[in-house]
Design a protein around this ligand. Structure first.
Ligand SMILES: [Fe+2]
Ligand SMILES: [Fe+2]
Length: 281
């Protein structure tokens, strides 16, 4: 099923913040694309869940602030936002956090102690507007309960995914990522080779420690997520995952500990970029 909001063959430049799209009831992904390798694109998503107590899940990128705020507040009125969930403190998830807290005076920031410690001297976060939720803990948002569940792949120690008990949608943060061919909203629309290869590469980039861990223990962390009653995965760096490809994703994650490490670009690649006239990422 094709659910793309824009046809990459028609869109002149599928880079930047795109049109928000639904991944399930009440649940809207705000997509952003940047250029990736071989003409593909890297998604940098965030999410808004409208319900009895609307919640913004991660806050986009600082350099896209105007477009991101316009997209987010086309879904929910800032005065109605009751929660801001921060998955972790990487810049691509925290980019507009102070601006969002300023714009949403009725919102409580759901985060954890170490995020506060790690962002000290980078931004001032209001302790009196916070709720600290650790891995495995939950909070009530009126018509649903959210559970913080750390995904199997993560690149920061503060990372928590978010499971919505009402819809079964799981925000997987930096797990389940892949390249995209354009503004596609469903992983089923990503060419099979692009999806499979970039899924593993992305996972290794985010978590290069997977080859150093105990296979059975890592598999248990994958199974912990797999046991959630997930209807769809939305994430910071992929299109929505459901059905067969979600099942295959679980299998690919379980196999990560035995996968050979894919080489990353080095100086020769930088030289080639400069020769090609590429001077900024
Ligand atoms: Fe991250
Ligand atoms: Fe990320």
């Amino acid at each position: 099923m094709t659910t793309s909001t824009l046809d990459p063959q028609v869109a002149p430049s599928p880079i930047g913040v795109g049109t928000p799209y639904r991944v399930g009831p009440d649940t809207h992904v705000i997509p952003e694309l940047v250029a990736g390798p071989d003409g593909a694109f890297i998604p940098l998503n965030s999410m808004v869940i409208t319900g009895a107590e609307p919640i913004i899940v991660d806050t986009g990128n600082e350099l896209s602030r105007a477009d991101w705020m316009e997209a987010a507040f086309s879904i929910v009125d800032p005065a109605d936002v009751r929660w801001v969930f921060l998955s972790h403190d990487d810049h691509d998830h925290i980019g507009n956090l102070p601006a969002v807290l300023d714009a949403c005076p009725n919102a409580t920031l759901v985060t954890n102690w170490f995020t506060v410690e790690r962002t000290v001297r980078a931004m001032e976060l209001p302790l009196h507007r916070m709720r600290w939720v650790n891995d495995g803990e939950s909070f009530d948002a009126g018509d649903r309960t959210f559970v913080a569940v750390r995904p199997p792949i993560f690149d920061g120690p503060t990372t928590r995914g978010l499971y919505d008990s009402k819809t079964g949608i799981y925000w997987a943060v930096d797990s389940f990522g892949s390249l995209l061919p354009g503004f596609v909203t469903d992983t089923d629309d990503v060419p099979a080779d692009m999806w499979r290869d970039s899924f593993t590469f992305f996972a290794q980039l985010v978590s290069p420690w997977t080859t150093m861990v105990d296979t059975a223990k890592f598999a248990a962390s994958v199974d912990r997520v797999a046991r959630l009653d997930i209807t769809a995965v939305a994430s910071g760096h992929g299109a929505a995952l459901r059905g067969g490809r979600l099942l295959r994703s679980i299998g690919m994650l379980r196999e990560l500990t035995s996968q050979p490490i894919i080489p990353v670009p080095g100086q020769a690649d930088l030289d080639a970029m400069l020769l090609a006239g590429i001077h900024a990422a």
